[in-house]
Every structure is written in structure tokens, then in C-alpha cells.
Design a protein around this ligand. Structure first.
Ligand SMILES: *[C@@H]1O[C@H](CO)[C@@H](O)[C@H](O)[C@H]1NC(C)=O
Ligand SMILES: *[C@@H]1O[C@H](CO)[C@@H](O)[C@H](O)[C@H]1NC(C)=O
Ligand SMILES: *[C@@H]1O[C@H](CO)[C@@H](O)[C@H](O)[C@H]1NC(C)=O
Ligand SMILES: *[C@@H]1O[C@H](CO)[C@@H](O)[C@H](O)[C@H]1NC(C)=O
Ligand SMILES: *[C@@H]1O[C@H](CO)[C@@H](O)[C@H](O)[C@H]1NC(C)=O
Ligand SMILES: *[C@@H]1O[C@H](CO)[C@@H](O)[C@H](O)[C@H]1NC(C)=O
Length: 778
């Protein structure tokens, strides 16, 4: 009897535990069923967040305060505050963080998340609304995982918006490319989407509540990981004021001002001698002061310890801790602040007020995420269920993004698309042909689905033969004879080549731009042997010098697919067989191999002809290119015309001429800061561009609007992107797109002092091969 009762109790206990595990609760503070927390002012949702945070901080001991300054912040049980994990990743889908306490886990009922294309490919769509929808889906999946009890944090360390300055950079794949305007627009879309704002912005302003928190990284001028023995921990980026002003900083300014990001990550590297995380001017004066940043600032992982241990910028660990907190950093990824903040206070290197300042930012973000509002199931985002993770809708969006990004680089004699009916057999060759994980690039999570390019092509053509062609992507040995044999017998050959994370990744930059090992030899041999010109597909984040393929008549078509995510193989097959018309355009310049003569540590954007330094990116680089920024073919061709420009003569005031310094006048430009807001406002104008699809297929076509200045020299760019829009056009359809331009924003460049200026005289708007002159009378 007694025994049976005990059994009953234990079986009830077991079912209760099972139930608990199945309906895992997300962690939250201010549980309304806890009578104690009711009395805390920090739990009163009717009070403003700043007041609640102040109350919370006033209740903490110094040790408790210090414990909260690191990425894995422990619980404070006496106040009912759960642990919080600041570190989560969601670069192109909710992701894993290897071997650390991650804010997100895939150990519960949710085992995977939608894996969108790696960012560099998503950027190639030049479609800000698509970027927004992707980020929105990521934010929903993140919240769904939190609600399902699989998250201890909702702060995601994305987007990566450093300018893709050098083609060898191992993390270029994570970025939207080399253009500051494009990167800034990507940042805004990503942040608004994931945080739960509207596409146009402003919705968040009302209550400040966040669906999930985004983080603009790596602030700033972080563009090198590990190259020829020079590593990011010690790299001191020498950056001119001019390049900072119109290349490195604008994406961050957009991310913060327009995106309203709630996080910033300061980078490992120094800029002109000062470690980013210890730079008061950067973190406090610029980001918080000038740009109105409202959120938390996290160090890159171990970026505080290196300030003392590797850079020797600080004289002791305590000095490093004091330096970063005084500069305005709030939380340390790593444990330096946990270990040394107490000593820094005791040694009077750091006032407690700096700790309180940091905590204010940290708890404000946690409150804005709704983690101090009682049971989150009852709150605004509480209805996002786990069925939203890997939903059909999100998986379709991953497919749409891959379709939109893939770039057609060559298509001689309209080899593509292949006929679905007349193609009887295919040979599919290459080390990237039968891989799935490679499609994701870095910062990935477990995808909802995994389909390899081989599998996707087999859905179209049953009669296929496959050969890996190389031992691995590095292709240190190639199986040329075997591959040639199957190539000779097939109607068409698709080669799936390129790079993977063994060749380009975090902490690993490339030293070459050509394809690794014997890939080129293999490709050329197969191209010579095949019945018809072959199709070359490149999976890679960074550009490769494939000049040999561009000029080889046996290679009919080339597709660049970046790392196209979980649905990327399907998108590729659809494009090859004409179920989708490719429209992506390159977000980076493809340089020839001899660009590797340029020192990767050289941060200068502008060329220096006297020393042979060619400059960087389409805005400044003056050497030969394999493919241009913005290049991309389609199965249709498009033509453009300028339909109207609402102002073609812009006048920037007679009376302000009085304030123009002699110096500035003689240079033919004027400081934007000297122009009134009203002048800038009045100067706005509209440009209407007509676009026609001359082809037989509907297509989504990104229209890129550039401007070129009439005056050259003094570091003026060759041309620069000032607007882009993706337009849907049926076969033979004509339509128009409209751009609104603001001279003070779009017709400016930075002078040597790092000040934005506007040229007097002509500017030429450019779209395709069309130009339109407008003139500035300053
Ligand atoms: C994570 O830890 C496992 C097991 O200790 C190890 O094999 C793996 O290389 C680690 N991964 C990273 C990225 O450090
Ligand atoms: C911080 O302290 C812990 C425990 O004493 C130690 O294991 C760790 O190495 C320290 N970290 C640093 C960066 O000094
Ligand atoms: C090429 O990759 C293989 C397999 O990953 C590896 O064993 C080999 O060391 C690599 N070779 C080179 C030259 O990197
Ligand atoms: C690479 O070679 C081309 C053609 O010879 C030349 O114009 C260019 O300046 C070279 N680039 C560099 C960085 O040396
Ligand atoms: C590259 O530039 C760094 C300074 O950024 C300099 O120390 C190094 O000597 C240069 N290397 C070459 C090969 O010019
Ligand atoms: C588009 O292609 C067709 C056929 O090749 C050609 O006749 C036409 O001139 C092209 N139009 C443009 C605008 O390039």
C-alpha cells in the first residue's frame, strides 16, 4: 500500500517533469505569481523603462553589478531575475554558436531554423524589401524559439556591415558587399525586420518594444581577419578621415540612425592606434552623441583582454577594463570584466557610476525585449509559436532570396536556359556538386531542409552522371580522366566549383584570388572534351579571378551562386532550366589575381598612382576588372531611358557664398554643414527612369542609379551608387521607376578633412549606358 502510494507519487512527479520539459518555459523576470516581485518598481510596466532600470540598479550589490557585465550574465535569484545570455547569432537565419553558452539552443522540440542565403548573395538582389522580409522571418523564428523555451537571450550579433574592402577577406561573405549606400540600406532593412519595426521605420518608436535585438558590427573599420601572419587582434587600421567619412562609417550611421539598432559591437582592431572598444570618441561621442544610439555596446569576444594582453595599449588588466567602460562599452564578450572590474574600482581607476551607466543600457534592452513584464506568453510577441520556425512561408522566402541573388556572369549564344525536354542527359561534376552544408556559408544553424545541387538537378533530368572531379575543394588532386569520360557522353555538363569554408572564413583570409589547386585545370579539360559548351557554377562568397573561363569559348555560361542557403540548390536548378530568370547583380568588384600585390593591411580606398596603389572598390579602383560591381546578365535584356528629372539646375544660395572660405571656393566645392536644412530640403528632386524588358521572359530586374562628378581628382570617386530598385517586368513590358534624391545626401563626397562637401558644376546621373547632366550652382 505504502509502496504503491510512493509509486503513484513518483509517477505523478515523472509525468510532471515530462510535462515541464515538453512545455519548456522561456525565462523571464517579474513573475506575477511571485508576491515579492509585485512590490518592485522595476516590475511596474506602467513606469518608464529608465525609471524601472534605475530602481533595479539601486537594488544591486557591487558584486551583482559586476556579474552582469559579461555575455553570460548569471541570475539574481533574490530579485527573481533569471540568467541572461547576450550572445546569439542570426546572420542569415537563427544560428548555432559553437562551444559557448549560446542564447539559443536547438536541443528542444525545435531542431532547425530557416537558413537564408549567406548575406553576400542576398545583397545581390538589390531588393531592400526582400532583405526586410528575410530579417522579419528571422526575428519571428527567434521569438518562436524563445517562446518555446529554447532561448536564454534575444540579442543577436548581426548584421555584419563592414565594407567589403578587400576581395581576400574571409568574412566578406557575411557582408552586403563593397558599397556604403547598399550596405547602409541593408543594415536598415535587417534591423527593422528583426527588431519588429515596419519597413519604413517608426513603428518601434511608439513603445520601444523589440521582437529581437539587432547589433551593428564590427564598429569600426574591421576588414581583416588573418592574412600572412597579421591578425585582427593586433591589426591597427590606419584610416584617413576622408575614408572614414564616406566609406567606413556611413553603414553604421544608417544602422543606428535609421535602423534604430539596439546593439553595437566594437571591433578587435585599433583604428589609428586606438582600440575600438576603448574609443570614447567612437562609442560615446559619435554613436551615442551624434547618431543618437539607444542600446547596448558589446565587445567582440575577448576584445577587452587583448587591449592589455596583445595590443599593450593598457598597462594592466584593470586599466583595460577602466578604459572600455569609460569609453562607453557596456558588456564584455569574455570574462575580463568579471575578473578585473572589482580591482579596477578598488584601485580607483573606475568609478561605480560607469558600471551603473553600462547596466542602465543593458537592462533597458532586456526590458525593451519584454523580459521584465511578467509571463511573456501573455505579451505582444507571446503568440509566436514554434510552428513559425521553418514554416512553409519562410522556406519559400529562402528560395525566393536564392533565386533573386544568383548572378548570371556569362551566357554565350543563349546556352542557358537548358531545355527541359531536349536535354536527355547531364554530367554534373565538381567538389561542390554534391554538398549541402557548403551552401550555407558561415554563421549557420541546422537548416530545415538540405538539398545538394546534384539532387536538385536530378529532379529535372533523371539521366545524370556525377563525378566529384577533385579530392576536395582545395583540389590538390583532380580526377580529370574520370570526369572527362562522363563529360564526353552527356548532352550538357554542369561544373559546380568554387570555394568553401576551408578557403575563406572567419579568422582566415585568402592569399590568392584564383580557384584553388587544380580546379582550373579540371574545368578547362572538361570544357575541351564536352560535346557542347559547358555551364560553370561557382559557389563562393568572395570573388575569384576566372578570367580563363570568361574568355574560354568552350565555357558557355557562368553562374555565381554565393552560398545560397538551404534552398539554393533548387534555385540554381530552376535557373539552369529556365523556371526562373536570373536577375542578381554583383555587390563586389571581381579583381584579377594580380590585385594580391596590394597589401591587404592598406586601408586606403583612394588610389595613389605615383606608388602604383590602384585604390579599392568600384568607387575608386582604377585597374582592370574581371567583372564590375553591379554586373549581372539575365535571360532578358533591358534598356533604360531618363524620362524626367524634376530639377536640373540646383542653386545653393547666393548669401551662403559669403560664408564660404576662400579655400573651399578655390576647390570648387562647398561644405554640406554650411548649407541650411531648408536649402537641403528645397534641393530634393525626383528622377524618373523608364525600363524595358526586351526579352521573352518575365524578370525581376534591379535598376541601379549612379552619379559621376564632372570634376575629377582630390579623392573624388569614379562614380557612386545613389539609388537602386528592383522592378518586375513581364516579357516586352515597359515601366518606370522613380528615385527621390537629396543633393546634400546623394551628391556629396568627403574632403581630406573628413567633411562632406558638394561640388559646384556638373554631375551626371547614370543608369546603364544612359547619362543625364544636372548642374550645381553653389
Ligand atoms: C567545439 O568543441 C568540440 C569538442 O570539444 C571540438 O571538436 C570543436 O572543434 C569545437 N569547435 C569550435 C568551433 O571550436
Ligand atoms: C577569469 O577568471 C577565471 C577564474 O579565476 C579564469 O579561469 C579565467 O582564465 C580568467 N579570465 C581571464 C581572461 O583572465
Ligand atoms: C586539401 O583538403 C584535404 C581534405 O580536406 C586535406 O587533407 C589537405 O591537407 C588539403 N590540402 C591542401 C594543400 O590544403
Ligand atoms: C595587374 O595587371 C594589369 C595588367 O597588366 C595592370 O594594369 C595592373 O596595374 C596590375 N595591378 C596591380 C595591382 O599590380
Ligand atoms: C604592409 O603594410 C604594413 C603596414 O600596414 C607593413 O607593416 C608591411 O610591411 C607591409 N607589407 C608589405 C609586403 O608591403
Ligand atoms: C536585346 O536583344 C535582342 C536580341 O539579341 C537585340 O535585338 C536587342 O537589340 C537587344 N536590346 C538591347 C536593348 O540590348
Amino acid at each position: 500500500m505504502k509502496l504503491r502510494k510512493l509509486n503513484l507519487v513518483s509517477s505523478i512527479l515523472i509525468s510532471f517533469l515530462v510535462l515541464l520539459a515538453e512545455t519548456a518555459q522561456p525565462p523571464f523576470a517579474c513573475d506575477s505569481s511571485n508576491p515579492k516581485t509585485k512590490s518592485y518598481a522595476f516590475c511596474k510596466t506602467t513606469l518608464p523603462i529608465s525609471q524601472r532600470v534605475q530602481d533595479l540598479i539601486s537594488r544591486l550589490t557591487l558584486d551583482e553589478k559586476i556579474s552582469q557585465l559579461v555575455n553570460a550574465a548569471p541570475a539574481i535569484p533574490r530579485l527573481g531575475i533569471p540568467a541572461y545570455v547576450w550572445w546569439s547569432e542570426a546572420l542569415h537565419g537563427v544560428a548555432f554558436v559553437a562551444n559557448v553558452t549560446s542564447g539559443i539552443n536547438f536541443d528542444g522540440k525545435i531542431r532547425s531554423a530557416t537558413s537564408f542565403p549567406q548575406v553576400i548573395l542576398t545583397a545581390a538582389s538589390f531588393d531592400a524589401n526582400l532583405w526586410y522580409r528575410i530579417a522579419q522571418a528571422i526575428g519571428i523564428e527567434a521569438r518562436g524559439m524563445y517562446n518555446a523555451g529554447q532561448a536564454q537571450g534575444m540579442t543577436f550579433w548581426a548584421p555584419n556591415i563592414n565594407i567589403y574592402r578587400d576581395p581576400r577577406w574571409g568574412r566578406g561573405q557575411e557582408t552586403p558587399g563593397e558599397d556604403p549606400l547598399l550596405t547602409g540600406k541593408y543594415a536598415i532593412s535587417y534591423v527593422r525586420g528583426i527588431q519588429g519595426d515596419s519597413f519604413e521605420g517608426g513603428k518601434l518608436g511608439v513603445a520601444d518594444h523589440l521582437q529581437a535585438s539587432a547589433c551593428c558590427k564590427h564598429f569600426t573599420a574591421y576588414d581583416l581577419d588573418s592574412w600572412k601572419g597579421i591578425g585582427r587582434f593586433v591589426f591597427d587600421a590606419r584610416v584617413s578621415l576622408q575614408d572614414l567619412a564616406d566609406t567606413y562609417q556611413p553603414p553604421f550611421e544608417s544602422c543606428i540612425k535609421e535602423g534604430r539598432a539596439s546593439g553595437i559591437m566594437c571591433a578587435y582592431n585599433r583604428v589609428n592606434g586606438v582600440p575600438n572598444c576603448a574609443d570614447y570618441d567612437l562609442l560615446s561621442k559619435t554613436a551615442r552623441g551624434q547618431w543618437g544610439f539607444n542600446g547596448y555596446i558589446v565587445s567582440d569576444c575577448d576584445a577587452v583582454s587583448i587591449i592589455y594582453e596583445k595590443q599593450r595599449y593598457a598597462k594592466s588588466p584593470e586599466d583595460a577594463v577602466a578604459d572600455v567602460l569609460k569609453a562607453g562599452m557596456d558588456v564584455n564578450c569574455g570574462d575580463y570584466l568579471k575578473n578585473y572590474t572589482g580591482a579596477a574600482v578598488r584601485e580607483k581607476k573606475l568609478p561605480v557610476s560607469e558600471i551603473d551607466r553600462a547596466l542602465h543600457n543593458l537592462f533597458s534592452v532586456r526590458m525593451r525585449l519584454g523580459l521584465f513584464d511578467g509571463n511573456p506568453a501573455k505579451l505582444h510577441f507571446g503568440n509566436i509559436g514554434r510552428e513559425q520556425v521553418c514554416s512553409k512561408e519562410h522556406q519559400n522566402l529562402a528560395l525566393e532570396a536564392a533565386r533573386a541573388g544568383i548572378v548570371l556572369l556569362k551566357n554565350t549564344d543563349k546556352l542557358l536556359p537548358l531545355s527541359k525536354t531536349r536535354t536527355k542527359s547531364l554530367a554534373i561534376i565538381g567538389p561542390n556538386a554534391n554538398v549541402a552544408e557548403t551552401l550555407q556559408g558561415n554563421y549557420k544553424g541546422p537548416p530545415c531542409k538540405a538539398v545538394t545541387p546534384l539532387q536538385a538537378l536530378q529532379r529535372y533530368i533523371k539521366n545524370t552522371k556525377y563525378d566529384q572531379g577533385c579530392d576536395s575543394v582545395n583540389c590538390s588532386s583532380a580526377f580529370i580522366q574520370e570526369a572527362v569520360k562522363i563529360a564526353k557522353e552527356a548532352d550538357h555538363v554542369v561544373l559546380v566549383m568554387g570555394l568553401d569554408l576551408t578557403q575563406e572564413r572567419e579568422d582566415f583570409d585568402r592569399e590568392n584570388l584564383v580557384l584553388p589547386g587544380k580546379q582550373q585545370e579540371l574545368i578547362s579539360a572538361i570544357a575541351r572534351a564536352a560535346k557542347k559548351p559547358v555551364i560553370l557554377v561557382l559557389l563562393c562568397g568572395g570573388p575569384v579571378d576566372i578570367s580563363f573561363a570568361k574568355y574560354d569559348q568552350h565555357i558557355g555560361s557562368i553562374l555565381w551562386a554565393g552560398y545560397p542557403g538551404e534552398a539554393g540548390a533548387l534555385a540554381l536548378a530552376e535557373i539552369i532550366f529556365g523556371d526562373h530568370n536570373p536577375g542578381g547583380r554583383l555587390p563586389v568588384t571581381w579583381y584579377p589575381q594580380n590585385f594580391t600585390r596590394v597589401n591587404m593591411t592598406d586601408m586606403r580606398m583612394r588610389p595613389e598612382p605615383s606608388s602604383g596603389y590602384p585604390g579599392r572598390t568600384y568607387r575608386f579602383y582604377q585597374g582592370p576588372k574581371v567583372f564590375e560591381f553591379g554586373f549581372g546578365l539575365s535571360y532578358s535584356n533591358y534598356s533604360y531611358e531618363f524620362i524626367s528629372v524634376s530639377q536640373t539646375k540646383l542653386y545653393f544660395s547666393q548669401h551662403s557664398r559669403d560664408h564660404t572660405s576662400k579655400n573651399s571656393e578655390s576647390k570648387g566645392y562647398k561644405l554640406v554643414s554650411e548649407m541650411s536644412a531648408e536649402l537641403c530640403q528645397n534641393g530634393k528632386f525626383q528622377v524618373k527612369v523608364g525600363v524595358k524588358n526586351h526579352g521573352e521572359m518575365a524578370g525581376k530586374h534591379p535598376v541601379l542609379l549612379f552619379v559621376r562628378q564632372g570634376t575629377v581628382g582630390d579623392g573624388r570617386p569614379n562614380k557612386r551608387l545613389i539609388g537602386f530598385q528592383r522592378i518586375n517586368l513581364n516579357a516586352r513590358e515597359r515601366a518606370q521607376v522613380e528615385f527621390e534624391l537629396s543633393p546634400c545626401e546623394h551628391l556629396t563626397w568627403a574632403n581630406k578633412d573628413g567633411l562632406l562637401v558638394m561640388d559646384e558644376g556638373s554631375n551626371f546621373l547614370m543608369v546603364g549606358d544612359q547619362e543625364y547632366e544636372i548642374s550645381n550652382g553653389i
